[in-house]
Design a protein around this ligand. Sequence first.
Ligand SMILES: [Fe+2]
Length: 309
Amino acid sequence: MVLALKHLALGVPDLKVGADFYTAFGLNMKETGDRIGFRCDDREHDEIVLIETGKNRKFNHIAFATDAEGFAKIQQNLKARDVELLDPPFPDTYDGLWFRDPDGNLVNVHVAPIQARTKEPEPEVNRPGVMNRKNAHGCPPFDMDPRPRRFGHMILFTPNILSQTEFYTEVLGMKLSARIVGDYAAFLRAAGDSDHHVLGFLSSPAPGFHHASFEMSSIDEAEVAAQRVFGKGYKHAWGPGRHGVGSNYFHYFRDPWNGLTEYFFDIDYVTADYDWGVDDFTKKEGMFLWSADGPPPKDFGQNYEADEH
Ligand SMILES: [Fe+2]
């Protein structure tokens, strides 16, 4: 029923600090009073929304799009569970349904068309016995300006993976793509054609925001962009490497408040009519096949948001 992830909203102590970070990350911004919306170049909606709260960084809400049929079904499911419908957190945001999930996270579902992805040319990559690129340089231009293409997925901390997973699959119609054993993590995709995951949950003693991830067009783009992020003084967190869960290449950075952002490339994609099943990964295999800097750092799964409240 939920067909697309639209935006993540975070409450932050200082909008200017957030504007500097997400601009260095490659997003475009638009300021509206005590909020800033950020989006990739060709996107028609804000993908990250920062709200100035004057307090520590804290998850504020997530917004999803659906169609009229999905909206009616979700409305019915919420009613059947006596989930209270709430007012929007501020004016001039999405209308539709506002409610809290079992962890108390604020969620919006509204009816909106799903923006098509811009199709890019096939990469010409040479490999053993297959020379797709002849008489031409493979190295991208040294003055390339890598740009994130879209907000792909996000992960939330939760003290209860099972009840969160049950709510998002049964009430919002999302599909479970993969788990990490021991109820350590769960990864959900949208109800239609979808990336392997658009929302995930990571085990923690308290709710909170873990990471937001943006698609790049190649590893070269992701890593040149990473150098730009480091050049502005922001901290490397983990990678580059390749995840088992979702198969995507990854590189993670710390945002100014110890949250994480990620560039990703080549994530698994599942069509609505395909029975993907549920992959169960060990922690090691789910996290990575390889990573240039080895296993995730000790604080990769640390819930700084919970520590500060
Ligand atoms: Fe990710």
